[in-house]
Design a protein. Structure first.
Length: 117
């Protein structure tokens, strides 16, 4: 296994993981929030979205704290990146996957807007 030890790659990986977790949480929160009011929730289930947003904000804060910590650690113990081409390839692959995912999300969004009109 390659050890690229690049802060940009580490931060991108952590950011992608947090995005995935936040998206899954938001999906279930919105699904729950769309449920109509019932005997236990006379005003509906809308608070699930607020809780989801709070969890997302905490995840972003934790990610930022981790990345800042890693950057500070790099300043103290700096070294040359050993495998820069591997890092570049990882970042290109990640960008391609992100692009395809966002393209699919946009397609789904446009499709849902057509059905809601």
């Amino acid at each position: 296994m390659y050890n690229v030890d690049s802060i940009s790659i580490i931060s991108k990986a952590v950011h992608s993981l947090v995005d995935l977790i936040a998206t899954v949480i938001a999906y279930f929160a919105v699904r729950e929030a769309l449920k109509p009011a019932d005997n236990d929730h006379s005003y509906g289930h809308g608070k699930f979205e607020n809780i989801s947003g709070t969890i997302g904000a905490l995840l972003i804060f934790a990610t930022t704290t981790y990345i800042v910590y890693k950057v500070a650690e790099k300043f103290v113990h700096s070294k040359i990146i050993e495998m820069p081409i591997v890092g570049v390839l990882i970042m290109l692959f990640s960008a391609a996957v992100n692009f395809l995912f966002q393209k699919n999300c946009l397609r789904c969004y446009k499709k849902s807007r057509l059905h809601s009109s």
